[in-house]
Design a protein around this ligand. Structure first.
Ligand SMILES: *Cc1c(COP(=O)(O)O)cnc(C)c1O
Length: 361
């Protein structure tokens, strides 16, 4: 069996030990004689799975007790609408910081529901950096301030959070979920689609401060009403059962590796290997300013489209797949999420060196 190194931005690699465990338990989960895929979401076996996943997530992320954890469907994109419906319930205003494609999409969606202000954007810089936020631009009566912590397409991460005072800060953490410790107490809500770092596509995890719940607009569909989902412990309807089970296995894997501190150490090491190479290469260069570089998504280019295409092709032929940049930005992007082993990054860099040597005279 030949496994490739998959640098996809999502869905992305899962830890091999998780896949093996899932395979071993496929036909008979812990003596039940059934697969988790076939199990009633109201059974006591399943109850232990979903409660176990939540407990592990709370432990690893040190989620304060006054936050609800919801296991939902619809992907991160569905939350782009659910967030204004649930939280734009006071002044009807919300402030958005646009630092890349995903915050831009969230902002456009929210504009359907209320008075949206873009308080800062790095669009002019092609999102090669995170924008500076002038505190005077933030509206004190906004219902929330919105950011995307790690922009998956453009490869930047917001290291300094905006000072929002009493206005809740909401963050999309899809592509940096569980990659390093995060102080959840600084946010009104953090959320993300699971397919980058947590589980297969189809599961969305929302972590919401309790006092913000229960004020959704009247027209909010039940399935998008966070308070209703919280009251029902994410079992208002059938949740994405199997994905939650895989999520639990991934959380166990992280715990066994030493938790989020250990994860962060591993991730920073991987990113350093790749950025060091990019900073010293004459052929390849990173596209994001050093201080705002993501440790999860690393976009880079050569100075020619032909060479980019040739490199992407050579990668695919050599077992480094999905290295092509997002269709909106071109070039290359290596997504090096939690499950990418250090060895995968070392081998990629080795391959890039050889490619560069072979193409320089
Ligand atoms: C992938 C991604 C999304 C979109 O997620 P879906 O689950 O496909 O809706 C949103 N935000 C960020 C930061 C992402 O990386």
């Amino acid at each position: 069996m030949a496994r490739v190194y998959n640098f996809s931005a999502g869905p992305s690699m899962l830890p091999e030990s998780v896949l093996n465990k899932a395979a071993a338990e496929m036909l008979d989960y812990e003596g039940t004689g059934e697969s988790v895929m076939e199990m009633s979401h109201r059974s006591k076996e399943y109850d232990a799975i979903i409660k176990g996943a939540e407990a592990l997530l709370r432990e690893l992320m040190e989620i304060p007790d006054n936050y609800k954890v919801l296991f939902l469907q619809g992907g991160a994109s569905t939350q782009f609408a659910a967030i204004p419906m649930n939280f734009m319930n006071g002044s009807g205003k919300a402030d958005y910081i646009v630092s890349g494609q995903w915050s831009n999409k969230a902002c456009k969606e929210a504009a359907k529901y209320g008075d949206i202000k873009v308080v800062a954007t790095s669009k002019e810089q092609n999102f090669s950096c995170v924008p500076d936020v002038d505190p005077a631009e933030l509206r004190p009566d906004a219902d929330y301030v919105y950011i995307c912590l790690n922009e998956t397409v453009h490869g930047n991460i917001m290291r300094k959070l905006p000072e929002t005072g009493n206005v809740p800060l909401i963050a999309d953490i899809s592509s940096c979920f569980l990659s390093e410790p995060l102080d959840v107490s600084k946010f009104g809500m953090v959320y993300g689609g699971a397919q980058k770092n947590v589980a297969p596509a189809g599961l969305t995890i929302c972590i919401i401060r309790e006092d913000l719940l229960g004020k959704a607009r009247d027209y909010t569909p039940s399935m998008l009403d966070y308070a209703l989902m919280a009251e029902n412990d994410s079992l208002y309807n059938t949740p994405p059962c199997y994905n939650i089970y895989i999520c639990k296995l991934v959380l166990e894997w992280i715990k066994n590796l030493g938790g989020l501190e250990a994860m962060a150490k591993r991730n920073y090491k991987k990113a350093e290997i790749l950025y060091n190479f990019l900073d010293n290469s004459k052929m390849f260069k990173g596209t994001v300013v050093a201080k705002d570089r993501s440790i999860m998504n690393v976009p880079f280019v050569t100075d020619s489209d032909e060479l980019n295409a040739e490199f992407v092709k050579a990668c695919t032929e050599n077992g480094f797949i999905n290295i092509k940049g997002h269709r909106s930005v071109g070039g290359m992007r290596a997504s090096i999420y939690n499950a990418m082993p250090i060895e995968g990054v070392e081998k990629l860099v080795e391959f890039m060196k050889e490619f560069e040597e072979a193409h320089t005279n």
